[in-house]
Write a protein that binds this ligand. Structure first.
Ligand code: MN
Ligand code: MN
Length: 316
């Protein structure tokens, strides 16, 4: 089962300008071949399909716990895409109706790379790549063979690192939002590549972690990775659970950070990262989101929220 927490794994800085083409670039990290939908889909179904779970706990627990983190990565990239497509919020922009639509208020949206991201999705994210091609189930590998699946996962995390580095290089140095997404995910992806390498080493004796990092550029070269390296995120795996998935300690603990990263012991943390606030993306009535004239809808929601709080109060 899954528990949902209304937070992001990190708080993203607000965008300084609207940049739907940067949003499209970030889509590669969501619905690209090595994007978060692919890592999620692989680990999700591998963990469901895992045979001899009770006898292979360290490996089953590793794949199962990382699954939950990947779902949070899908959420993080999706928020980044929507923030870049939206641009800075205009205070009070969703407090009044959409005004005159006859002047072509969104004429420029014809020319953005992923025009469907506005026309169909109102600037929101969907599981497509940077050219709006659908993510699909062909990107999921679940063979039932533990070594082969772990090897696929190692390849996937190295591919994800390649994606993230290239997307990062394509973003303007003033794009704090997009670059924060890349910086955090580069650190976490490196952890996952390292974890799958260690799992393969324990199973086969092959020191596959010596291939890391692939591509061979240290995280120290990426400024947006530094806060996460400083706090030790590169040494941590989370169980994303209270009490379950603890046996993955057998794979991760007792090993050291990769050479080139800040040194220290690898640790498993019960639970999840503290996380950060989800950016409260303001509505855009002229694009009919959440509607052209949202005042009544908001009044109804306010009334229902008040009633819900009163109801909760009467229970305590
Ligand atoms: Mn990920
Ligand atoms: Mn990953």
């Amino acid at each position: 089962m899954f528990l949902r927490v209304d937070k992001l794994q990190i708080e993203l800085p607000a965008p300084k300008r609207q940049d739907p083409n940067a949003g499209a670039a970030l889509q590669e990290l969501l619905g690209g071949k090595y994007g978060e939908m692919s890592t999620l889909g692989n680990y999700l179904f591998q963990s469901f399909n895992f045979r001899s779970k009770s006898k292979l706990k360290p490996f089953y627990h590793l794949v199962a716990a990382i699954t939950a983190e990947e779902l949070g990565h899908v959420e993080l990239v999706s928020n980044g895409v929507a923030m870049l497509n939206n641009g800075p919020d205009v205070p009070g922009q969703d407090a009044k109706s959409g005004g005159d639509v006859s002047g072509g208020p969104f004429e420029k949206m014809q020319d953005i790379r992923s025009a469907a991201s506005f026309f169909s999705h109102g600037g929101g994210a969907v599981p497509v790549n940077s050219n709006s091609m659908s993510w699909n189930v062909d990107m999921v590998t679940t063979t039932g063979n533990v070594v082969f699946d772990l090897l696929h996962n190692f390849h996937l995390e190295c591919g994800a690192r390649l994606h993230k580095l290239r997307v990062y290089e394509s973003l303007s140095s003033s794009d704090a939002t997009g670059r924060a997404v890349c910086g955090y995910l580069l650190v976490r992806g490196s952890v996952h590549a390292h974890a799958y390498a260690l799992a393969l080493k324990k199973l086969t004796g092959v020191a596959i972690e010596q291939m890391l990092p692939t591509p061979n550029i240290p995280l120290a070269n990426i400024p947006e990775c530094q806060p996460y390296l400083a706090e030790g995120s590169h040494r941590r795996l989370y169980t994303f659970s209270t009490g379950d998935y603890e046996a993955m300690r057998g794979v991760w603990e007792g090993e050291l950070a990769l050479p080139g990263d800040p040194p220290g012991d690898l640790v498993v943390v019960e639970g999840m990262p503290d996380g950060g606030k989800i950016h409260d993306l303001a509505g855009q009535p002229s694009a009919f989101s959440p509607d052209y004239a949202p005042e009544e809808m908001m009044e109804i929601a306010q009334r229902l929220t008040r009633a819900a709080h009163q109801g909760a109060g009467s229970l305590s």
